[in-house]
Design a binder for this molecule. Structure first.
Ligand SMILES: [Zn+2]
Length: 224
């Protein structure tokens, strides 16, 4: 085969591969991208996309993450790994027990308003230490540290109050209630998120991550 013909062939194969990748990516919604990425992660077959220096250089022009993920600071819950995404893909908000206040809200508003993110996922996880601490405290956390603030926040969530007494409180139910609280909190947050959510410019959905299997279960009806 002549050299020029070989080069031509290689170039056309490269172009068709690039086009296929682009087409594949564009046909997925933000939610589907997360779902597909999590399938790869949970199957032990991550492709680790968007981790190159080239990608980083591309992003110098500006970031356009396709999703905001609010999740726990727990070291087993990194959104980029769990959803097999890379640089510039996910706008990540993480606090213990995925509790949210003004700083977290401001960060989410920025990504929705200025980075054009159209999906917010509130992702709780099984066996969450923050929720466990809340249950264990039975309404009387005895230490005067800043962890107390997190426990008190979870305690103040109406969704947790709607459950049975602390003694009967089941961890999984408390985790679900915490996710539900996050969703209600964001959907009602004035002035930005409520307006974007009500006018269907942004989707806000709940998810539960299983730290044993690596699987994320999404609930598009918000009830977990
Ligand atoms: Zn946690």
């Amino acid at each position: 085969m002549k050299k020029s013909l070989l080069y031509g062939l290689l170039i056309s194969v490269f172009i068709s591969c690039t086009q296929t990748k682009t087409n594949d990516e564009s046909k997925f919604s933000p939610l589907q991208k997360l779902q597909e990425g999590n399938k790869r992660f949970a199957a032990g077959k991550p492709v680790h996309p968007d981790e190159t220096l080239e990608r980083l250089r591309e992003l110098k022009k500006g970031q356009h993450p396709f999703a905001i993920v609010v999740s726990c600071s727990d070291s087993r819950v990194p959104a980029e790994l769990v959803f097999d995404q890379g640089l510039g893909d996910i706008f990540s908000i993480r606090t213990a027990g995925n509790v949210m206040g003004d700083y977290e809200l401001g960060s989410i508003e920025y990504a929705v308003e200025h980075l054009d993110c159209k999906l917010v996922v509130v992702m709780g996880h099984k066996d969450c230490g923050a929720i466990k601490a809340f249950i264990k405290s039975e309404g009387h956390y005895e230490h005067f540290d800043h962890i107390k603030k997190i426990i008190e926040y979870i305690e103040s969530e109406q969704e947790e109050k709607n459950l049975e007494s602390h003694l009967e409180l089941h961890l999984d139910k408390a985790i679900d209630a915490n996710i539900e609280h996050g969703l209600t909190y964001l959907k009602g947050s004035e002035p930005i998120l409520k307006a974007f959510y009500d006018s269907k410019k942004v989707k806000i959905i709940g998810a539960l991550y299983d730290i044993e299997t690596g699987k994320v279960t999404f609930d598009t009806n918000t009830k977990i």
